[in-house]
Design a protein around this ligand. Structure first.
Ligand code: APR
Ligand code: PHB
Length: 390
């Protein structure tokens, strides 16, 4: 097979780029290791920044997101017995975020790719990029007993943190930065009315908690847990009890509980790989960087990679201008690191750290006190949360 761009990975990053390139007439093939059903069974975060939403619309995939997604103009931080609201709309110059599950967004992207007869190959095993430094790179994969070769001009590594793309960059070239936090988030999805119409980020000495939602009948809640905890050890009743203890009495008394329909523990990690280009391989999304979920930056951090790559490919193929491709890594990383800083800061401010000094605890307190006493600080939070410009 032959194509211009071979995209490895059918998560939101790979699908969105595939769709955008297709609409500009740039031929591409997407290889996904798993089945569509498997990809769509993964529960992920659900906050979209306005720039990501704009890209979805440009990809002609924004209809259901605009109909079913909820626009949120602010969120609550619960701390020290207080409930303070961050007014995103006011402090970000009129922007906001859309609450719309990433699973639904991925479904919309798959549907669009099917509608347009996009080349999406599922269950592609042993995917391997080759000859990255040559102008004739290629990708091989296994379908049953057959090894299939795809000749292309560019390869996009959008295969997530555990994918093969980043690993094919030589260790002498790749530099990895990583910070692992000493806790995880235990998340529960339940078919219950959300306790609050806006998200509540709760700082509590027993540990962080988050009240989020997918719709007015589907809630998503999280609590900070030690990394040694096993999800099987957490009964639904124990989860609801612990969540209530970390919320204000007023919110806890309104919380509607129910059976969990999904329950999992995710570790928290900050990670960046540099550079994001090696020869004709370009990394995008989780393949190159991971943030802890506290600032809702995961998907949004991938959005700017896709935006830059999309425009770089369009400039290359339609205008003969290679500057976007040449600058991709530096440009993408500049924004990636800003999302890293923001996610790290939100994480440090709101969690309970096992070995923290009294001094550290005072700093956390003063960080929040300063935030809600300073318009400039709230402006900074708001502009980061709704998404810095691409
Ligand atoms: N070959 C082909 N596909 C692969 C391979 C491989 N060797 N390894 C992984 N994949 C696929 C995975 O099955 C997955 O569907 O690549 C896809 C990567 O998708 P994501 O992990 O969702 O990464 P990305 O598309 O960059 O999305 C970023 O998703 O993980 C969240 O928090 C993250 O919200 C962020 C967003
Ligand atoms: C979620 O709804 O899953 C969610 C929302 C906000 C976050 C993280 C996760 O910061």
């Amino acid at each position: 097979m032959k194509t211009k761009v071979c995209i490895i990975g059918g998560g939101p990053s790979g699908l969105l780029l595939s769709q955008l390139l297709h609409l500009k007439g740039i031929d591409n093939i997407l290889l996904e290791k798993h089945s569509r059903e498997y990809v769509l069974s993964r529960i992920r975060a659900g906050v979209l920044e306005h720039g990501f939403a704009a890209l979805m619309r440009e990809a002609q995939c924004g209809e259901r997101m605009d109909k079913e997604g909820e626009i949120h103009h602010g969120f609550i931080i619960s701390h020290d017995g207080k409930q303070d609201r961050v007014d995103l709309h006011m402090y970000s110059g009129g922007n906001s975020v859309i609450v719309y599950g990433q699973t639904e967004l991925t479904r919309d992207l798959y549907d669009a790719r099917s509608r347009m007869n996009g080349a999406v190959i599922h269950n592609a095993e042993d995917v391997q990029p080759h000859d990255l430094m040559s102008d004739k790179p290629y990708v091989t994969y296994r379908a049953g007993d057959e090894i299939v070769r795809i000749d292309c001009e560019y390869i996009i590594g959008a295969d997530g943190f555990h994918g093969v793309s980043r690993k094919s960059i030589p260790k002498t070239v790749l530099r990895e930065y990583e910070k692992v936090y000493p806790f995880g988030w235990l998340g529960v999805l339940s078919r219950t009315k959300p306790v609050s119409s806006e998200l509540i980020y709760a700082k509590h000495e027993r540990g962080f908690a988050l009240c989020s939602l997918r719709s007015q009948v589907l809630s998503r809640y999280y609590i900070q847990v030690p990394l040694t905890d096993k999800v099987e050890e957490w009964t639904d009743a124990a989860f609801w009890d612990e969540l209530k203890r970390r919320l204000s009495n007023e919110v806890a008394s309104r919380l509607i509980t129910g059976p969990s329909i999904e329950k999992s523990i995710a570790p928290l990690r900050s990670f960046v790989a540099e550079p994001m280009r090696y020869g004709n391989l370009f990394l995008a999304g989780d393949a190159a960087h991971i943030v802890p979920p506290t600032g809702a930056r995961g998907l949004n951090s991938a959005a700017s990679d896709i935006y830059y790559l999309y425009h770089a490919m369009v400039d290359h193929y339609l205008k003969g201008d290679d500057s976007g491709l040449e600058n991709y890594s530096a440009k993408a990383l500049a924004r990636v690191w800003k999302a890293q800083r923001f996610s790290w800061w939100m994480t440090m401010m709101l969690h309970t750290f096992p070995d923290s000094l009294d001094y550290d605890k005072q700093l956390q307190r003063i960080d929040l006190a300063y935030l809600f006493s300073s318009e400039a600080a709230q402006r900074s939070l708001a502009e980061n949360y709704v998404g810095l410009p691409f």
